[in-house]
Ligand binder design. Structure first.
Ligand SMILES: C[C@](O)(C(=O)O)[C@H](CC(=O)O)C(=O)O
Length: 301
């Protein structure tokens, strides 16, 4: 009950071990702390916290409008509710390299296991839209160097995301990935790869873990974990998938209520009261007194 028992330090070790395990790691995107619980219960390796989801949840587009405080606070609320490691989308790092350094320390404080910092210009765009721009190599590597230098826990994972593929092509993405690793990145997130060969090209260029972003309605086909693993990918995120599913169900139920005057026909698709209580561990709270204070008071037996 209450928050996770696993400490942020332990989660960071678990993330590193997972990445080194040789098994592709699956990180679905939680859209709130409760969905992180479900991700854990279903046996996934970790929780992804998407910048698009955090922005969209506030009714905003994903163009860099959210602040470090908002992201760290919400990501922390999600991370503390699961025993799994959580990694968060830190966009461009929320400013200049010095701001990036502070962002890393705040995300460590919030209990995250790692984050990714990207090389887009501000205002950033969704990685799967056209018309993106990337910063020059020096600016991109400074962000990563600042991030790597700032962390206090050496296991906090600094992942470099590059959006350069859409701007300058796959060879430029390979070159940039190499430079970002030289600057201190622990892993590479090559955004908007067109096919498995492109993932393989990044894999061949670097010797750190490679991430695949399996976001729907984007530029990448939705490959299976088996396909991705065969192209050398180590970790896959499904960033907006659960928000899209939940909002799809929400829209359908609203339409049902409107059309039929009742939600009755949708009830069978809902999480039951019992299941919801199970996810929030209701029973444990009910038994708090008996489990915590179940000892013999001296002199009273
Ligand atoms: C990964 C991503 O940055 C995110 O915010 O989750 C987005 C996801 C999306 O918009 O589908 C991205 O730019 O790919």
């Amino acid at each position: 009950m209450l928050y996770a028992k696993t400490t942020p330090e332990q989660k960071r070790v678990a993330l590193r071990e997972g990445l080194a395990s040789g098994t592709i790691q699956q990180f679905p995107g939680a859209f709130n702390p409760l969905s992180a619980r479900l991700i854990e219960e279903k046996g996934f390796n970790g929780v992804y916290i998407s910048g698009a989801v955090l922005a969209n949840d506030l009714g905003l587009p994903d163009i860099g409008l959210t602040t470090l405080t908002e992201v760290a606070t919400r990501a922390g609320q999600i991370a503390r509710m699961t025993e799994l490691p959580a990694i968060v989308d830190a966009d461009t790092g929320f400013g200049e390299p010095m701001n990036v350094a502070r962002s890393i320390q705040e995300l460590e404080n919030a209990g995250l296991a790692g984050c990714h910092i990207e090389d887009q210009f501000n205002p950033k765009r969704c990685g799967h839209l056209d018309g993106k721009n990337v910063v020059d190599l020096e600016t991109a590597t400074k962000r990563i160097r600042a991030a790597a230098d700032a962390r206090r826990d050496p296991n906090f994972l600094i992942m470099a995301r590059t959006d350069i593929r859409a701007v300058d092509g796959i060879e430029a993405a390979q070159d940039r990935a190499k430079a970002l690793v030289d600057a201190g990145a622990d892993a590479i997130f090559p955004e908007a790869m067109r096919n498995l060969e492109e993932f393989q090209a990044i894999r061949d260029a670097v010797d750190v873990p490679v991430l695949a972003n399996m976001t729907e309605f984007g530029k990448s086909e939705l490959f299976t974990t088996e396909q991705l693993a065969s192209a050398g990918v180590n970790i896959v995120i499904y960033p907006v998938t659960l928000l899209r599913s939940a909002m799809g169900a929400t829209e359908r139920t609203l339409d049902t209520i409107k059309a039929k005057g009742s939600q009755q026909t949708d009830v069978e698709n809902m999480l039951t009261r019992a299941r919801l209580y199970e996810l929030v561990d209701y029973e444990a709270y009910n038994h708090f007194d008996t489990s915590v204070f179940n000892f013999q008071v001296p002199g009273q037996h």
